[in-house]
Design a protein. Structure first.
Length: 68
């Protein structure tokens, strides 16, 4: 009688993605999404900062014209 190594338990999967590991394709997709999200957040902060600076400059010009 030959001993079965797995004793009726499931064999390790023979597919590309053994349980517990993240495939390279999934990792690449997650990385690309994270990079795109980072770019959008950075661009949003940049635009907010410049919008605030522009409105402050506009207010200064308006105050100066009002004094004259």
């Amino acid at each position: 009688m030959s001993k079965n190594k797995y004793n009726g338990k499931m064999r390790p999967s023979a597919g590309r993605n053994p349980r517990g590991k993240v495939s390279q394709k999934s990792l690449a997709i997650i990385s690309v999404c994270a990079i795109i999200l980072g770019i959008f957040i950075t661009a949003q902060e940049y635009l907010d900062r410049h919008t605030l600076a522009a409105s402050a400059a506009e207010a200064t010009v308006t105050e100066t014209l009002a004094e004259v």
